[in-house]
Structures are given as C-alpha cells and as structure tokens.
Write a protein that binds this ligand. Structure first.
Ligand code: PLP
Length: 438
C-alpha cells in the first residue's frame, strides 16, 4: 500500500479488470501516469480518492451538461428509484421522454430508447439495411459511432490513441467479411463522396456521420459537406443517419441538425439525453421506424431499454435545459471564453503551436505543428505534437484542471462552470504553457 489511494486502487483494479478500467481511454495509456479515481462530483468539480479536487472539462465524456449532482436531476432519480429500478414493462417516463425528444428535434417522428450510443447506432444501421435491402455502409475516417462490428473501421479517438487507426478493420475480432461492407471515406471531402456515390450509390444502405466530429478531437464540417450527404443519399435512395450521440443537446436545443438546418432520415442520441444514466435513442422518419419489430421485420430489443431511473434523469436534464432561458447562449459564451482565454494564455507564454475552437458547449484544443485548426483526420494525425499535449495535460492535472487524457478527444463545458472557474483554468493554462517553453 502507498499513501496514494488512486495508485492503490489502480493496482487493485488491474487484478480483475483489464488495464484496471472499463473503457480504454480511462487507463491513461496515452498520457502515462495514474488516473484519478473519482469519489464524487459537484457542479463543475470532481474530487478523487486522495481528496484532490479538479475542474472537470470531460463531464463523463459529454453527458453532464448541467454539471455534477444537479439537484433537480438527483431528486428525479431518487423518486424514480424509490418506485422500483426496472420492470420490463412500459412506463410513463418513456412516453414523456419520447414526446419531448420528438418535440425538440423535428426530424424525430418516432424513436426507440436503448441503453448506450453503441446500441443506438448499431440498431439504426440494422434498420437502414433492413429498410433499403442493401448492405453497404458509408462512414467517415476518424468518426466514432460506438463499438459494434460494422463501425469499428477507422473509428476515431480510442482507436487513434491505441490502434494504428489505419488498417481496416481497426480492431482485432471484427471479421473482414463484416468490415468489407463498411466503406470509409475522408471527412469533409465532397469530391470523394460524390465520386463514390456516382459509382456505387444504389448499393448504399446508409451514410452515418457525426455532424460535428468530436471523436478525433473537434472537427467542424466544411461548408456544404452535410448538405451534400443529404442530397446524395436522397438521390440514390440511401438512409442518412446523423449520429448526434455527442452533439445532441450539446450544441443547441435542436442539436447539430438544427444548427445546419438539415433533416436526416434517422438520428441517434445518447450522452446528454441520459443526464449521466445509461440511456440513448435512435429514431427518425415514421415510415422507416415502423419497420422495427413487432411492427416490422427488423429486430431490436433490450431488457433495460427505457429504464425508469434513466428516463427520469434524462427527462429532468432536458426539461431543465428547455426551461432555462438562453441556456445555449450562456453555455456557448462560457465555452468561447475558455477557448479564447486558453489561446491568449498560450500567446502570453510565447507558445506558438496551440489553437482552440468550440461549437456550443463542446471544444477542441490542438497542439498542432503549424498552429492551425485541422479539417480532417489526416490533418490532425499529421500535425499533432503529442509530447507537448501530454506535458500540458499532466501540468494541468497537477494544477487541478481535468482535461481529456488524449489529444484526440473533444472537451466539454457545463452550465455549472462559472466565469470565475474558467478564469482560474486560464490562469493555470498560462503556467502550463510556460512550462512547455521551459
Ligand atoms: C460516445 C459516442 C458513441 C457511443 O456511445 P456509447 O454510449 O459510449 O456507446 C457513438 N457515437 C458518437 C458520436 C459518440 O460520441
């Protein structure tokens, strides 16, 4: 035993959990060192087993948009839990949550609730294939859509950090026979997409895309990229799946599809809609959704789908967002303040390779050789100064600032991050940038 609780727990964890973690990036393999074991959270802060407190810019990888332990969410969860944890029958909150999601996002006419983003995208793809009677799936390099077999082909952060990210499939255990039906095209390249469709468009079941990529750091879609996907899928009878598991209710009340004014055939949601509980959804056009069992021939099910405690957390979170005036204006303004402040801090420290940007409450920080914001997977992987990122990360962690432990992840600001908290982060960042120069 040491006097470091994180260290002791990490050692113990490795006995019975591979690498000591239940999701790879938590192991800190890319940045080195010991991951803090978090004991509790409150607002923008999390506290580890050594009693050290951090400002949290990960937010459970996106869900905690109201901050930790928001009283309305916790109350809703307590009430739901006291009524029973799971029944495997229909419950009222499922109906209310489905109604609310369809009310907020106009492209959603019908939906199914599931328990993870992985399940949502996997089911949406099966549905698209069943509906179109076609097999080919188009995805974009560096986009992550969960870890189902069809989607683990050039699939973003975890795989960028740990796999070689180049071969296809990008995980062992995915049969070539499955991977061969997944076509990977470069993000933001309209010409390549158009050429592909002109030759193969009538074989494509679906195109799945992160409307704003958030799993190869943050990459914005080029002007017209998303609209081109809409145009080509419509023309060739393929299904357009907007994967909004990360962007859903993170960048606006109508999500990224609202920002870009695009209407996908199917969408997937997760993260924010569960408010920190295991909850996700896929949905869209009624005509397509009615192909799901028992109405149609596409099978999908879940013992815990629409779980009453999870739906209570999701409803409380979305209602709080909806009922707070200027919620996204304020969240965007604070995230912008962080992004501007970090860039100023780098400048003050004389560090030239840093840049940053945000969309709503999500942000990207880039340690790029040319000091420019990347536009696709090839640019980000070619330019990233990994050693600088890792040093910055550890210095910030020491100073009580918890950023994602990988240069390929987006970051998140919550409604609980006050201006004072963000100013403190910016001050600490200047110290960290100066240490990079030293
Ligand atoms: C997180 C994420 C997923 C996977 O969701 P899980 O709940 O981790 O299975 C899928 N798509 C995108 C865009 C994501 O960010």
């Amino acid at each position: 035993m040491t006097n470091n609780q994180n260290q002791d727990l990490f050692n113990q964890a490795k006995n019975h959990i591979p690498a000591g973690v239940n999701s790879p990036v938590r192991a800190f393999a890319a940045v080195g060192g010991i991951p803090p074991f978090i004991r509790n959270g409150n607002g923008a802060k999390i506290t580890d087993e050594n009693n050290k407190t951090y400002t949290d810019y990960v937010g459970s990888w996106g869900p905690m948009i109201l901050g930790h332990c928001h009283p309305k969410v916790i109350d809703a969860v307590k009430i739901a839990a006291e009524n029973g944890l799971s029944f495997g029958t229909p419950t009222k909150n499922e109906v209310l949550l489905a109604d609310l999601l369809c009310q907020l996002v106009p492209s959603m006419e019908m939906l199914r609730l599931v328990s993870s983003g992985t399940e949502a995208t996997m089911s949406a793809i099966r549905l698209a294939r069943g509906y179109t009677q076609r097999d080919l799936l188009v995805k974009f390099e560096g986009c992550y859509h969960g870890h189902s077999d069809s989607l683990l082909v050039k699939a973003g952060s975890g795989l960028l950090t740990f796999g070689d990210g180049k071969s296809s499939p990008s995980s062992a255990g995915v049969p070539e026979d499955i991977a061969k039906n997944t076509i990977v095209l470069p993000y933001n390249n309209i010409d390549v997409l158009q050429d592909f469709f002109l030759q193969n468009g009538n074989k494509v079941a679906a195109v799945i895309v992160e409307l704003i990529a958030g799993n190869m750091n943050l990459i914005r879609p080029a002007a017209d990229f998303i609209h081109k996907i809409r145009e080509l899928t419509t023309k060739f009878g393929a299904i357009f799946i907007a994967d909004e598991v990360m962007t859903g209710f993170r960048v606006g009340i109508k999500s990224a599809q609202g920002l870009f004014d695009v209407v996908p055939d199917l969408s997937t949601f997760g993260k924010v809609i569960g408010g920190g509980m295991p909850l996700a959804a896929f949905g869209g056009k009624k005509e397509i959704m009615q192909k799901i069992a028992p109405l149609g021939a596409v099978y999908q099910a879940g013992t815990l789908s629409g779980n009453p405690v999870a739906t209570a957390a999701g409803l409380a979170t979305l209602n709080e967002i909806k009922n707070t005036p200027n919620f996204y204006e304020n969240l965007t303004q604070k995230t912008q303040m962080l992004v501007d402040g970090l860039q100023q801090a780098a400048k003050n420290a004389g560090y030239q390779h840093f840049t940053a940007q945000n969309v709503g409450g999500m942000f990207g920080i880039y340690f790029a050789e040319n000091g420019e914001i990347p536009n696709d997977f090839a640019e980000i992987s070619a330019s990233v100064r990994i050693d600088d990122f890792n040093k910055f990360f550890h210095k910030m962690l020491d100073l009580g600032e918890y950023f994602a432990p990988s240069a390929y992840e987006a970051g998140f600001v919550s409604a609980a991050h006050s201006q004072e908290i963000i100013k403190q982060t910016i001050k600490n960042a200047e110290i960290a940038f100066k240490a990079l120069k030293a």
